[in-house]
Design a protein around this ligand. Structure first.
Ligand SMILES: *[C@@H]1O[C@H](CO)[C@@H](O)[C@H](O)[C@H]1NC(C)=O
Ligand SMILES: *[C@@H]1O[C@H](CO)[C@@H](O)[C@H](O)[C@H]1NC(C)=O
Ligand SMILES: *[C@@H]1O[C@H](CO)[C@@H](O)[C@H](O)[C@H]1NC(C)=O
Ligand SMILES: *[C@@H]1O[C@H](CO)[C@@H](O)[C@H](O)[C@H]1NC(C)=O
Ligand SMILES: *[C@@H]1O[C@H](CO)[C@@H](O)[C@H](O)[C@H]1NC(C)=O
Ligand SMILES: *[C@@H]1O[C@H](CO)[C@@H](O)[C@H](O)[C@H]1NC(C)=O
Length: 451
């Protein structure tokens, strides 16, 4: 009796541990494996709403062995990329949880760590086609058991993006969707479409680029290609090699972090179709007319809402900016200024928006703007805050050249338009901006005729 009192909790703990051990986890390899190289092995880990935190190792052939694997539900495959050190990817758990939170589905984590962990990148690249052949057989098996290919979504990171593309090719583009997160560039650049991801690989292919100058792919690969912060350098990522490993992977890995926020709907990043990031920052690409009432596409999981129009358009490149930290979103404003100075003036405008007792500095692409009499000069002003209502604005004009005479900007009208929310633009009429002197004022809703 006495003994039992003490033994029962101990037994319970042992029982719990055994239960926990039944969860299949991602293969954890070490640097030694990567050093000597690994041969391809594919493990499929199933997660469903019945087992959000506990993976089940699936049979490749016997699909009825898993009672929670409901083939009437959509299935999302998550496919990681190159793992030079063999460690498990830290982001998969969060992504799996958030996907299951959004929709009742099967999430299958494709663990090809044996095959991706190799100091020799080329060996991992070689394995992508083999991995794709293996997954193709599995998906065909799913189809034979009643799954619909159009309800399959593959989320591929880096090399995983091209694996998804190869699976898509093998299935003649019938799978529903491929999302590519910073698809790998090295060894895929310049390849013909069937040797890399391309828009014919699925009914809808959406791509995010975050590291096009190193590990990622520069050219568009999908129906829509998002370039976060231009796709090259991500804010908050180290710019020098002295920061160690993060220098190599921070930009590349940011793609997954941005996508995770979009699955969670923490905030939204509207992306603007444009031919270059520079043109976008210059405020030349703020029109969303081609998308009608839907407006410009929002980056991430929910971009599927724009599927029909994006497929009709063929291929679209779209740009957005982010902050350095989660949840990463920025709000875009168009600032336009009309002056009545007789002579052309050139210089820089800086702006702050005051709201709810605080202020946010707007980032404006700092090339010198030109101001001509009675002509609108447009600037994109980006703020890393979601501002409900702008109470005051501070503006400063500087001609950027300490040697030249101090000009004044005689502003006829300044107008601030929130590009993402249907709000009446805010205006200020008749304002004198002296060189390097900040002016703070309370803008008013613009007059109708001035919209
Ligand atoms: C896929 O890979 C797994 C493990 O690596 C293996 O058991 C299975 O037979 C493979 N399937 C095919 C069709 O090659
Ligand atoms: C598949 O798995 C189920 C459940 O574990 C089992 O009853 C069945 O015999 C298996 N089928 C084959 C062909 O192995
Ligand atoms: C499988 O999913 C379908 C559709 O979501 C649902 O109607 C059905 O009840 C599910 N089957 C099981 C065994 O849970
Ligand atoms: C894809 O198309 C080829 C050639 O038309 C055909 O042989 C093959 O069966 C198709 N595969 C699928 C999965 O539809
Ligand atoms: C998801 O959103 C909730 C608020 O809706 C927030 O509290 C949480 O931190 C977010 N999670 C992630 C991973 O961003
Ligand atoms: C405004 O600020 C107060 C306190 O600083 C805060 O409690 C409130 O939630 C804020 N309102 C909005 C809409 O952000």
């Amino acid at each position: 009796m006495f003994l039992w009192q003490y033994l029962t909790p101990v037994l319970l703990v042992i029982l719990q541990t055994c239960k926990a051990r039944k969860c299949a986890t991602f293969t954890d390899l070490n640097f030694g494996h990567a050093f000597f190289g690994t041969t391809l092995k594919i493990r499929l880990l199933l997660y469903t709403r019945e087992s959000i935190d506990c993976g089940t190792l699936m049979s490749h052939t016997n699909l009825s062995a898993h009672p929670h694997f409901n083939l009437s539900n959509p299935t999302t495959f998550i496919i990681h990329g190159y793992r030079p050190t063999g460690s498990p990817p830290i982001w998969v758990k969060k992504l799996t949880q958030l996907l299951l939170h959004r929709k009742d589905m099967n999430v299958i984590l494709v663990d090809w760590n044996h095959g991706a962990a190799n100091l020799n990148y080329l060996k991992s690249v070689e394995n992508t086609k083999k991995a794709a052949a293996n997954l193709t057989a599995f998906i065909k098996n799913m189809e034979e058991h009643g799954a619909s290919l159009s309800s399959i979504h593959m989320i591929g990171v880096s090399l995983g993006a091209h694996i998804s593309g190869f699976v898509g090719t093998n299935l003649n583009g019938t799978i529903g969707r491929i999302t590519a997160l910073d698809p790998a560039g090295p060894q895929f650049k310049g390849n013909p479409p069937n040797e890399r991801l391309d828009p014919t690989d699925a009914q809808f292919v959406d791509v995010l680029h975050t590291d096009i100058d190193a590990l990622g792919f520069r050219e568009p690969l999908g129906h829509i290609d998002f370039y976060a912060n231009g796709g090259t350098d991500q804010p908050g990522c180290p710019k020098t090699i002295f920061s160690g490993g993060a220098y190599f992977k921070c930009d590349h890995q940011r793609s997954v972090l941005l996508y995770i926020e979009s699955v969670n709907r923490t905030c939204s990043s509207t992306a603007y179709p444009c031919s270059s990031y520079k043109d976008f920052l210059d405020g030349d690409c703020v029109s969303c007319d081609q998308f009608g009432a839907a407006g410009c596409p929002v980056f991430g999981y929910d971009v599927v809402r724009w599927k029909d129009i994006l497929v009709r358009l063929g291929q679209t490149k779209a740009y957005f900016s982010t902050t350095a930290k989660t949840p990463f979103c920025m709000t875009n404003y168009l600032l336009d200024v009309m002056v009545w100075n007789k002579d052309e003036r050139s210089g820089y405008i800086t702006a702050k928006l005051h709201y709810n007792g605080t202020e946010a500095v707007a980032s404006i692409n700092h090339k010198a703007s030109k101001f001509r009499e009675y002509t609108e000069t447009k600037m994109l002003a980006q703020v890393g805050k979601n501002i409900q209502s702008v109470e005051k604005m501070s503006l400063k004009f500087s001609n950027g050249n300490t040697c030249s005479p101090k000009y004044k900007l005689r502003v006829l009208r300044i107008r601030l338009t929130n590009l993402e929310h249907e709000q009446r633009p805010l205006c200020r009429y008749d304002l004198l901006l002296k060189d390097n002197e900040e002016v703070t004022f309370r803008p008013i809703p613009c007059e109708e005729s001035n919209f």
